[in-house]
Design a protein around this ligand. Structure first.
Ligand code: SAH
Ligand code: SF4
Ligand code: F3S
Length: 458
């Protein structure tokens, strides 16, 4: 405690993140901000922290309960250390607002995904006035203007996320995101370019652009015109230091041939796309208000494969949407067989508060949802294993991103996003090396570095 400051000092921060990559991006920006404002040091355990932040997700069931049970742990820490500051941010915070503080009165701050740039001011108020604060306003995307990436954050490694758009206007009937993140807003092209340049100058070589519907990006370009997502990709492709460019998540109704062509023309754009279809039944897609049918989806896949033959595909699926019949589900299995995915996330439908689908009274029985999920997972497992098997015997370009778990191992990703383990020196981290694939495991590959006679220098 400083002699002229009556307040207990705050030195350490613990942050717990749930949900999508956009939440991960937001959490790292919050860490930057708190480091800048208070000089806080990030710690790995809540027990060591003066400030605990939770960045929550409410996309699927039990999200709220998970938050309250985690908060129960923090309550015990606060009983021992009354000056501990606890903040809850993210999508559950946006949805629940002050209800969180009614149920858990020891929570000092509640803030939504668009309000975390107010965090330092909120913490200041809490420390000085010992009050509880809540901020779940949704101002126009202003948070990005307040969140420079700091030096420490820049030392984060080989690969970085950059959020290029917030929110969603699609209002799929099952989904809570439009209510928690607000309407779709894209960041201006110059802002995105500037952030990417900063990241690349710190030694990072791979950038993943983030948005709920990243390919629906539309924003003011440097020429004063509106730019779309493909134009942004071409502008980013030339940035100095960029070895690999990726993006997620794409929406099928925002796809066009230009984007497929970009995969062929931009050498840094990696051949992998996450394109969630949710269901293989047109009847269910219509009920979901997805804005596309299976025909459009399959044509999009054909176009992607025409321009980028080896492109790896992944998707999200929901089983047991209200009213889904065996016949609907069979169509999902048929679509999966027709497409041939490299990977997918499969979820049981869960009603989310405030969404239209949650008002339906024709819920699919839990045991049927379970059965369908198991069937879909078994099929996906077959497909992902054969996608990995196909790589055996080939030589892949692998961006080394970290030390492996086994002694002497390093690991990285192929261009089509498969994890590869192999023996090698950690000084190769950040470099692209050629690896001959020798084995496929459940979710990853193993291989050996291939070095030509003229390649001894890295
Ligand atoms: N914007 C992306 C994904 C958003 S949420 C898109 O449109 O594809 C990530 C995934 O969570 C969704 O693709 C969907 O499969 C799943 N999901 C969302 N709401 C859900 C719910 N109520 N029940 C089960 N899964 C859900
Ligand atoms: Fe949710 Fe649909 Fe928006 Fe994706 S597109 S975030 S599933 S509402
Ligand atoms: Fe979850 Fe919010 Fe992301 S609900 S998936 S954290 S946008």
């Amino acid at each position: 405690m400083k002699s002229n400051d009556p307040l207990p000092s705050i030195d350490t921060l613990f942050i717990k993140t749930y949900g999508c990559q956009m939440n991960e991006y937001d959490s790292s920006r919050m860490v930057d901000l708190m480091r800048q404002a208070y000089g806080l040091r990030l710690v790995a355990k809540p027990e060591e922290a003066d400030v605990i932040l939770m960045n929550t997700c409410s996309v699927r069931e039990k999200a709220e309960e998970k938050v309250y049970s985690e908060l129960g742990r923090y309550r015990k820490l606060k009983l021992k250390n009354p000056s501990l500051i606890i903040g809850v941010g993210g999508c559950v915070a946006q949805q629940e607002g002050q209800r969180i503080q009614q149920r858990a009165p020891y929570v000092d701050a509640v803030f939504g995904p668009q309000a975390y740039h107010h965090l330092p001011a909120m913490i200041n108020k809490i420390r000085r006035e010992r009050v509880r604060v809540a901020d779940i306003d949704m101002p126009e995307i202003e948070k990005f203007d307040y969140l420079p990436r700091t030096e420490d954050a820049l030392k984060q490694g080989v690969s970085a996320y950059v959020t290029i758009m917030e929110g969603c206007d699609k209002f799929c009937t099952f989904c809570v995101v439009p209510y928690t993140r607000g309407g779709e807003i894209s960041r201006p092209v110059d802002d995105v370019l500037a952030e990417c340049r900063t990241i690349l100058s710190s030694g990072c070589v791979e950038i993943t652009l983030l948005g709920q519907n990243v390919n629906g990006y539309r924003a003011l370009g440097p020429d004063g015109d509106e730019w779309d997502f493909t134009m942004l990709l071409y502008a980013l492709a030339d940035l100095k230091g960029l070895k690999r460019l990726r993006f997620t998540t794409s929406h099928p109704s925002e796809m066009n041939e230009d984007l497929a062509i970009a995969f062929a023309e931009i050498s840094t754009l990696m051949p992998f796309i996450h394109l969630p279809v949710q269901s293989g039944s047109d009847r269910i897609l219509k009920l979901m208000h997805r804005g596309h049918d299976t025909k459009v989806y399959l044509e999009t896949i054909d176009t992607l494969r025409k321009h980028c033959p080896g492109i790896a595909l992944s998707s999200d699926f929901i089983v047991g949407y209200p009213g889904e019949t065996d016949a609907d589900f069979d169509q999902t299995l048929a679509l999966v067989r027709q497409v041939g995915y490299d990977s997918a996330y499969c979820f049981k439908y869960s009603p989310r508060p405030g969404t239209p689908a949650s008002e339906c009274n024709n819920d699919v029985a839990e045991n049927i949802k379970d059965k369908r999920l198991q069937q879909l997972l078994a099929l996906m497992h077959e497909q992902s294993s054969s996608a990995l098997q196909r790589h055996i015997g080939t030589i892949m370009l692998v961006l080394v991103d970290k030390k492996g778990k086994k002694e002497g191992d390093i690991q990285g990703r192929t261009e089509d996003f498969k994890i590869v383990h192999f023996k090698g020196n950690v000084r190769l981290i950040g470099h692209v090396v050629r690896v001959e694939i020798t084995e496929a495991y459940g979710q990853s590959l193993r291989g050996n570095i291939v070095i030509n006679d003229d390649e001894w220098e890295y």
